[in-house]
Design a protein around this ligand. Structure first.
Ligand code: FAD
Length: 290
């Protein structure tokens, strides 16, 4: 099923995310994670592609496992910054063959320590979207940034570029993580004013360990509210307490979003079915899996 259709049909959706292993030898373990995640019955499971600017050899395999083995809709991420047209066509062919019809089309980060020449055929995600549309009948999503993409001159300029992405066929957007819901509400108002009316899926990151927090703070632009920082400071030395607090914080964020009519939530579950399960258990009367 196409995600655009799912979003029209279901009032509330909660989806989860997986990242593929770097080594083929770890695929079996990744398949176990898929199975555990699928048992939670999320609306769909997304599978990331080549973090830090690289390509990914296992995204299609994992998306296949999600959809064709575990019977949950798969959303395959695809980035283009590090790929030539041939590689993109090859991956699209594999997705088509496995009947995976949902793609999150991304530019990808330009790696800082690049040790291979960039093919440079694609400069923006909108070019990839056009390529995918020309290739076949896929439902295409894109990324958006409530606090502005770090490279954008301003949030306004970023929203103008987002409008370009929507104009060429992006059918839904998933947001970068944010820790203050007011940032999302403000962003939704601004994009609506610019005429962007496609569904926006709110990306929520449950922060459950200190390494994640260090990574987030190194991302330029992500605002950490005082309430969030207090949790980190209080529980930094107690991993179990930090995990519990991170799950509670994400749960509260999701409840506030749904209460305010933001009905489509994507949890950055980072291969942790226990975290996804704990959040979904907290929401059992708010989100019915079926
Ligand atoms: P774009 O939409 O191309 O935007 C990138 C920058 O270019 C922005 O500053 C934008 O304002 C500007 N821009 C866009 N179009 C134009 C234009 N026509 N003219 C001038 N400027 C323009 N990375 C991975 O490697 N793998 C993943 O699986 C992955 N999944 C992600 C999922 C989500 C939900 C999000 C939010 C991000 C994800 N990323 C992933 C990270 C993403 O690849 C980076 O944030 C990347 O830097 C930007 O990708 P984009 O698709 O948003 O790019």
């Amino acid at each position: 099923m196409k995600i655009s259709e799912l979003l029209r049909e279901k009032e509330v959706t909660i989806s989860c995310e997986l990242f593929p292993p770097k080594k083929g030898s770890e695929l079996q373990k990744a398949h176990d994670v898929v199975r555990e995640m699928a048992q939670l019955k999320p609306a769909y499971i997304s599978v990331t592609y080549g973090a830090s600017g690289g390509i990914s050899e296992h995204t299609v395999d994992l998306a296949n496992e999600v959809q064709n083995v575990n019977d949950v809709i798969a959303l395959a991420h695809l980035t283009c910054a590090s790929s030539g047209r041939d590689k993109i066509q090859e991956v699209l062919g594999e997705l088509q063959e496995k009947k995976i019809e949902n793609i999150l089309a991304l530019r990808g980060d330009i790696p800082a320590d690049l040790d291979f020449p960039l093919p440079n055929q694609y400069h923006h995600a909108s070019e990839l979207i056009q390529e995918i549309k020309a290739f076949g009948d896929f439902c295409i999503g894109g990324a958006c940034y409530p606090e502005g993409h770090p490279e954008a001159e301003s949030i306004e300029a970023d929203i103008d570029n987002l409008k370009r992405k929507v104009a060429v066929g992006c059918e839904f957007l998933t947001t970068q993580m944010f820790f203050d819901n007011n940032i999302l509400y403000n962003f939704l108002y601004r994009i609506l004013k610019k005429g962007i009316e496609i569904p926006v899926i709110a990306g929520i990151m449950p922060v459950t360990n200190i390494n994640q927090i260090n990574r987030i703070t190194s991302l330029s632009g992500t605002i950490l509210p005082q309430r969030f920082r207090a949790i980190v400071e209080r529980f930094a030395e107690n991993p179990a307490a930090l995990k519990q607090a991170g799950i509670a914080y994400a749960t509260e964020q999701i409840i506030d979003l749904i209460a305010n009519g933001v009905n489509n939530i994507h949890i950055y579950t980072m291969n942790k079915p226990d975290v996804a399960g704990a959040i979904l258990a907290n929401l059992s009367e708010i989100y019915k899996a079926e």
